[in-house]
Write a protein that binds this ligand. Sequence first.
Ligand code: ADP
Length: 259
Amino acid sequence: VPGIASVRIALTSQRTRRLSIAVASGKGGVGKSTVSANLAVALKAGGRRVGLVDADIYGPSQPKLLGVEGSQPTAKEKVLQPVATPFGVPLLSMGMLVAPDQAIAWRGPMAAGALGQMMDANWGDADTLVLDLPPGTGDVQLTMIQKHRPAGAVIVSTPQDLALIDARRAIDLFKKAGIPIIGLVENMAGYACPHCGEVSDPFGKGGAEAAAADLEIPFLGRIPLDIAIRTASDAGQPPASGNLPEAAAFTAIGDAVLR
Ligand code: ADP
């Protein structure tokens, strides 16, 4: 019956068919937000339509990383409209939902409510959402996993974090919930000399790759500790957006995520 067929088509086209990628870490300060921002920008450069959800309730840094500090989302009929960024990646951040000088000390249900509002925002034609989660294995991660069911998780770790098993705990949380682990990114792996660019490995090399093999998850690549990454990030210019040599590492991770 032609009538039924056209109703079906209308329903599918309305449904949001979006790939959501959670970016998680065992603890703070390992570069999870940096990787999230640059992964989003790299995927965008690769032709996807990407939105970014900054759910890091303890340190929402995406507005700064994407150069839109102080911008506020609008709301239309109670639906949030993400903030446009210079990199073509619309953004919503926990940091936009509270006053900037207010310590984010929300209880679980408030954070879950804010997360829901960001996930249900008007993401327009975005086909991919990158989700920057708080570090560790708390309420926001559980709500994200149970309620919003990301398609997969990228785990960011420093070599030390893996040694301290925090990253393993984060991996375990996703595995137990049946969310596939897309892979492990080793950040701050080796030190890139600001003068000659040579990467040296004061803590040795290959530990994270071996740990990934041990945990039977893909290894997505290593990003050195590199002053250019920090200065570009602090200036609201994600290294993946420019022609810094540092962009290549993030592009490679974006490619690995989509494989
Ligand atoms: P997290 O989200 O895990 O708390 P951030 O992404 O905020 O970590 O990074 C913490 C700090 O380390 C930031 O100042 C960031 O610019 C810096 N940083 C992250 N990755 C690198 C890197 N590969 N090289 C140099 N600095 C980095």
